[in-house]
Design a protein around this ligand. Sequence first.
Ligand code: ZN
Length: 137
Amino acid sequence: MTVNARISSRDLDDLHKHMRGKIDTWLEACVREGVKVKIYQTYRSNAMQDYMYESGRTRKGKVKTWAKGGQSLHNNIEDGKPASYAIDFYIVNEKGGADWKSIDLYTKAGRIATRLGMVWGGNWNGKKKDYVHIQLF
Ligand SMILES: [Zn+2]
């Protein structure tokens, strides 16, 4: 894999195996408890992370992240392969698209993750709050 490439994945196979186990359980629990979620990001390369970090700082746009390349749990590599400890998800609306607004549903999905021992970004403080983000630890 080219180290400098901007790679971003939504593949669950790009999760660390411990994260994969938790996320499988979380997905099942979300179905059971009536929250429709879709994972849109698992692993991203350091180059992609740096590119996101530039947004709202050296490039026009919204601030999208507080982590530079290598600082995010999305960037984890093990044995030379993507092994992300984090996911980003959205709530699926009735039309099958993304609902970015229903904080109550994000909170419901986030609480399920917390119950399973993961960390939900919606519990972070102030500007760093990240409702779409779940990480293993
Ligand atoms: Zn994230």
